[in-house]
Design a protein around this ligand. Sequence first.
Ligand code: SF4
Length: 66
Amino acid sequence: MKVRVNSDLCQGHSRCCSLAPELFEVDDYGLSSALNDGEVPAGMEQKAQLCIDSCPEFAIEMVDGK
Ligand code: SF4
């Protein structure tokens, strides 16, 4: 499973980073990006899905469709 943050949609609420600092980081402008090239480590899939569902801007997407 891979995730990606659409930087055009991200408004920098940092909700994803609060929920899963293992998966997302915030840059100096407050915008999020996926760590580790978006690769979700085994066992973190549910947390990644929670972040996808919790992003108020619908900015996080699954890349490989799994
Ligand atoms: S929760 Fe969504 S809008 Fe907020 S920082 Fe994360 S990706 Fe961006």
